[in-house]
Ligand binder design. Structure first.
Ligand code: SAM
Ligand code: SF4
Length: 493
C-alpha cells in the first residue's frame, strides 16, 4: 500500500514546466562564480547596496554575494544597523507569534538529520486523532492564548491531504474557554512535504495561511547525501518547485527555508535569494511571504549529525539573518525555538519578524501536564523553552509589541496585494493597528497582573503613535479598539 502511494506522489509533468532549457534556477557553478565575484568589496560598493535595501528593493544575487564577503568590522556594523532600520521601516517593532503543532510523525523518508526518519526504529510513532487535535487546540487557544499555528506533518499516506484537510478543519472549529469568553485559532499555516497542484488546491480551500517547504540544502550533491536517492524526499527538483506549484494552486503566501549546517552557509543564502528572485520573476513580483533558517539541532539517532563539518557559528548565524533581511527586505523572517533565547533576542534586533513561544514539539504535548522535552518522541531538541508570557515580557523590555494579527489572509491581503503594501511600507499601517487590538485581547484574556502592567505601557505608546501617524484610520480603528476593551473579540482592519 505504501509503495503504491509513494509511486504516485512525484509528478514529472509538474516539474518540467518550471525548468528553463531543461535546467532549474539553481546552478551550482554560477552561484560559486557569484560568490567569488563579490570578494574584497570596496566600502563604497557595500554602502550603495545598503542604500538599495533601505529603499526596500530586493538585492540581486551578485549584490548579496558582496555582502557575504564583507569582513571589515565597521562595515559589518553598518550592515547590522541597516538591517535593523529596514525591519523598522517595513515591520515597525512588531513580532508576530505562533506555535508549532506536530500532528503526525510517521514518515516514509529517511533524512539523515531528522529523528522522524523511517530508519529510526527507536522513535515512538503516532498520528493524533481528531479528539487529540481538539484537546491540543483547546490548550493552545484556551490556556496559552495562541491565535496562529503552524501544523507539521511527516510524509506518509496516513497524513496525506485527506488527513490534512480533516485536521485543519478540526482546528478551526475549536472554541476554547478563556477568561472573557472564548479563544480560537484564526490562522493555520502548514509545513508539509511537497504536493501536486491538485492537493495544494485542496489545502488552499481548507483555508491555510502560509504553506512552508524548506529546501534543506540548495546544493544538489549535499541534498543527495542527506536525502537518500530512491526515497520521496530524494527528488531535489520535486521539492525545489513546490512553491511554484503552490502559487499555481492559488496559495500565494509561501514560505521557503534552508536547514543551515548541511552545507556551506554562503551557498545556502545564495540559494534562498535565487529562489526568492525566481518566484518574484514568475509571479508578478510575489516573492516568499516568509523565510526560515533553522540550524541543525541534536536529534535522536541521526547519522548526519556525527559529522558537522558545516556547523554554523553564532556569529555567522547572525550574519545570515542580517544578509537575508537586507537581500529580501519585504519578507517575514522566522526564528524558531530551536535557537536559544539569547540568540533569538539578538535576532529580533537584526530583523526577525516571527517567533514561536510556549513551544512543545512532542506529539500531544500541549495538553499533557509536562514541560519537559523527550527526545524519543521529538524531531529534535529545543533551545528556547520560554512560555508565551515570558517571551511577551522579554520582547516588551526590548520595546517590541507582540502581535496575534491574522487579518491578512482573511481579508485578502495576500500575494501581490501584500507585497505591494510591504514594499511601500504601508502594510505596517494595518498591522500596527491590528497588533494593538490583538495584544489588547491577549492582555485581557491571558496576562498575569505583572505582565499586564508592562503590556499597558506598550499599548499606551502604540495608541499615541497611531493617533499621531495614522489620523485617517482613527474613525475605524478607535471604535474597534474600544469594543475590544469591552470584551468584543476578533475585530480587525
Ligand atoms: N516532513 C516534512 C518535510 O520534511 O518537509 C515537513 C516536516 S519536517 C518535520 C520540518 C522541518 O524540520 C524540515 O523541513 C527540516 O528543515 C527541519 N528539521 C528536520 N530535522 C531537523 C534537525 N535535526 N534540526 C533542526 N531542524 C530539523
Ligand atoms: Fe520525514 Fe520531514 Fe523528518 Fe525528512 S525531515 S524524515 S521528510 S519528517
Amino acid at each position: 500500500r505504501i509503495r503504491t502511494w509513494i509511486d504516485q506522489v512525484v509528478r514529472q509533468d509538474e516539474i518540467d514546466p518550471y525548468l528553463e532549457q531543461g535546467k532549474p534556477f539553481i546552478n551550482e557553478e554560477r552561484i560559486w562564480r557569484e560568490i567569488a565575484s563579490g570578494s574584497n568589496p570596496t566600502p563604497e560598493r557595500v554602502r550603495d547596496i545598503l542604500k538599495k535595501s533601505l529603499e526596500i528593493q530586493s538585492l540581486s544575487p551578485e549584490e548579496t554575494a558582496v555582502l557575504l564577503n564583507v569582513k571589515d568590522r565597521q562595515l559589518l556594523r553598518e550592515m547590522a544597523d541597516t538591517a535593523a532600520r529596514v525591519k523598522q521601516k517595513v515591520y515597525d517593532s512588531r513580532i508576530v507569534t505562533f506555535a508549532p503543532l506536530y500532528l503526525s510523525n510517521h514518515c516514509v523518508n529517511s533524512c539523515l538529520y531528522c529523528g522522524f526518519r523511517q530508519d529510526n526504529g527507536g522513535m515512538k510513532r503516532s498520528r493524533l486523532s481528531m479528539e487529540e487535535i481538539r484537546r491540543e487546540t483547546e490548550a493552545l487557544a484556551g490556556k496559552f492564548g495562541h491565535k496562529r499555528l503552524i501544523v507539521v506533518y511527516g510524509e506518509h499516506p496516513d497524513s496525506d491531504i485527506d488527513f490534512m484537510e480533516k485536521s485543519i478543519n478540526q482546528i478551526y472549529q475549536v472554541r476554547a474557554k478563556t477568561r472573557k469568553g472564548h479563544g480560537s485559532i484564526r490562522r493555520v499555516n502548514v509545513n508539509a512535504a511537497p504536493m501536486s497542484v491538485e492537493k495544494l488546491r485542496r489545502l488552499k480551500n481548507v483555508g491555510v495561511g502560509t504553506y512552508q517547504v524548506f529546501q534543506e540544502s540548495y546544493h544538489p550533491g549535499t541534498y543527495s547525501q542527506a536525502h537518500p536517492p530512491g526515497t520521496l524526499k530524494g527528488n531535489y527538483l520535486w521539492r525545489l518547485f513546490s512553491m511554484h506549484r503552490a502559487m499555481d494552486a492559488g496559495i500565494d503566501d509561501v514560505g521557503i527555508g534552508a536547514l543551515f549546517g548541511l552545507y556551506d552557509w554562503r551557498f545556502e543564502v545564495m540559494g534562498l535569494v535565487h529562489h526568492a528572485r525566481d518566484l518574484e520573476r514568475r509571479y508578478n513580483g510575489i516573492g516568499p511571504h516568509t523565510i526560515s533558517f533553522p540550524r541543525l539541532e541534536q536529534a535522536d539517532n541521526a547519522p548526519f549529525l556525527n559529522d558537522m563539518k558545516y556547523r554554523v557559528s553564532d556569529e555567522d548565524f547572525l550574519k545570515i539573518i542580517t544578509i537575508l533581511r537586507l537581500a529580501v527586505p519585504y519578507t517575514g523572517l522566522i526564528i524558531t525555538a530551536r535557537e536559544p533565547a539569547h540568540i533569538r533576542d539578538k535576532a529580533v534586533k537584526l530583523g526577525v519578524t516571527q517567533m514561536d513561544a510556549s513551544t512543545r514539539i512532542g506529539l500531544g504535548a500541549y495538553s499533557r501536564e509536562t514541560d519537559g522535552q523527550e527526545i524519543s518522541s521529538q524531531q529534535f531538541m529545543l533551545g528556547d523553552t520560554r512560555s508565551l508570557e515570558e517571551l511577551i515580557g522579554d520582547l516588551a523590555d526590548m520595546g517590541c509589541i507582540t502581535s496575534f494579527c491574522t487579518a491578512g489572509y482573511r481579508i485578502g491581503r495576500t500575494g501581490e496585494r501584500i507585497m505591494k503594501l510591504l514594499r511601500e511600507c504601508h502594510e505596517g499601517d494595518f498591522c500596527r493597528m491590528n497588533a494593538v487590538i490583538t495584544f489588547r485581547e491577549w492582555l485581557d484574556d491571558f496576562a498575569s497582573p505583572e505582565i499586564k502592567v508592562r503590556g499597558e505601557a506598550l499599548i499606551a505608546r502604540e495608541l499615541a503613535g497611531i493617533n499621531r501617524d495614522l489620523p485617517k484610520y482613527q474613525g475605524k480603528f478607535r471604535p474597534m479598539y474600544d469594543s475590544t476593551c469591552r470584551g468584543k473579540r476578533d475585530l480587525y482592519l
